[in-house]
Design a protein around this ligand. Structure first.
Ligand SMILES: [Zn+2]
Length: 246
């Protein structure tokens, strides 16, 4: 005979498994789509190169192909800027820092901004504590389709060090927000500046502006650092093309 408690426990485990599997499938699909898009892009590029080679042989003028530009996405921009700022925040004057998971000391080239909870969990996408300096090795271990056991080990260490870095219960709080996201409780509310905020266009712009200032401030202290893109110029172009109604 199965007791009711056992039955409920099994049911809960099954539900949790299903949710976990759904998230894994979503991530794997996303990376597959991304990879296929990259392969197709390269294929097109080489085909065009070949055609131009032939045109050259035929003494014809080369054709110039315009690149399609993706529309600007403020959330994506904010997330990328925050990631770069996190790496600056967590590294010393020469760009070296400690990995949140394995505590290895690594150089700017060898580390990344590692999310504890996936970027798919939008509520935590712009949360300062959810992103920390991580060595490329640990970062890759937590990618989808990695070794599950190794991933759990890396994440357990991440959780432990989160509490050491930001105070007790940080890991529990992040976990609660993540769980609330799946129950849709926080669907429209994100963690911005470690507060729960509704991410309106205005709030997001305020967030980006504060991050731009932080980026420029940190630039002065770290002589090795060159921004990966001209953050302010890109943002100002967007603002001038999309004025906000007062
Ligand atoms: Zn590491």
């Amino acid at each position: 005979m199965i007791s009711k408690a056992n039955y409920d426990f099994d049911k809960k485990c099954n539900e949790a498994d299903k949710k976990g599997q759904a998230l894994t499938d979503k991530l794997v699909n996303k990376y597959e789509r991304k990879m296929n898009a990259y392969i197709n892009k390269k294929k097109l590029e080489y085909e065009r190169k070949c055609k131009n080679e032939i045109r050259k042989l035929e003494w014809k003028e080369e054709k110039v192909y315009k690149e399609k530009k993706k529309p600007f996405n403020l959330v994506k921009f904010a997330a990328e800027l925050l990631q770069e700022n996190v790496r600056l925040r967590d590294s010393d004057i020469s760009g070296n820092g400690l990995c949140i998971s394995c505590s290895k000391f690594c150089t700017w080239k060898d580390h990344a901004a590692g999310h504890r909870w996936s970027r798919l969990i939008k509520n935590l996408l712009l949360c300062f504590t959810n992103i920390n300096l991580q060595c490329n090795g640990c970062n890759r271990t937590t990618w989808p389709r990695g070794n599950k056991e190794a991933e759990e080990r890396v994440n357990a260490k991440y959780d432990e060090n989160l509490d050491k870095k930001y105070g007790k219960w940080t890991n529990t709080q992040l976990r609660e927000i993540k769980e609330a996201y799946f129950k849709n409780d926080y669907d429209g509310n994100w963690v911005l500046w470690d507060k729960i905020v509704n991410p309106t266009e205005k709030e997001l712009r305020k967030f980006v502006e504060s991050q731009l200032e932080e980026n420029e401030l940190r630039w002065k202290w770290k002589d090795f650092y060159k921004p990966s893109q001209n953050w302010r110029k890109i943002y100002e172009k967007y603002v001038s093309e999309n004025p906000m109604e007062e």
